[in-house]
Design a protein. Sequence first.
Length: 301
Amino acid sequence: MRKNHAVLAAAMIVGALLACNLPANSPSQQSPDAILTAAALTVEAQLSASGTPTIPPADTATPAPAANTPTFTAVPSATLPPVPAATATSSCDKALFIMDVSYPDNTVVPAGTAFTKTWRLQNTGSCSWTPSYALVFVSGNSMNGPTAQALSGNVNPGQTVDISADLQAPSDNGTYTGNWGLRNASGVIFSHFYVLIKVNSVVSGGPFKVSHVSFTVSGSCPNFHIVVAITTNGAGTVNYHRVWNDGGTDTSPGTLTFGSASTQSVSYDTYFGGAHSSGWMDIYIDSPNHQELGRANYSCP
């Protein structure tokens, strides 16, 4: 039906043009039917040759864009800045290890001997440590220490605290490490530290000697109290003197007499007022060992 309409329309247009261009009284003027027939045949021939009318159907024509229609240019996604991922941060529970107050690394402890390990820590977080916080054993050798031990009081941000665990050296010679930590009220362990000792069995009936020296440091800057525990493997006399980190030594060496294998303690009050610094005190056994055994560490924040 579209083809017949197109032929008829073209024939009418051609007829109109011919009617306008031919003189009214021309002797060669053809009849209107002849003109229409010729025009129709011409258009029919063109349609047959091309198969496509030169005028598109009215219902398939693309409408012209409306006036003032805005246009948009797409922006490639690669040109857009990336969105940074959110990072969760927390400054509530944080701790700084300050020093080993007693039994520094590689201290020699007689097999099976009970001892108290003390660490000094500083609360560098924004939350107070309460008795709901605890010292907990994490891994390694527990040395018969507690699984968990609640803190005895509050430690506010910026404060330092000495935290201790009562332990016992294993019965076999060797090097042993126990890893410990602080656990908050929610059960999260947020700080890690350790104890490292060397176990040395005392042979019964061997030469008299000092088998172990341990230190306990208490107090705070600038006044510290130090307790020194000296253990022997039998009866005899021990001579010793102190040595400090600045090179100073005792002018009056100490003497202890043992009636059997046992432990004796001596204590000292030490003034150390160096701000933002640390110091130490060693015990040197003049006899019978002729060696330095153990060290007491202290610091001023």
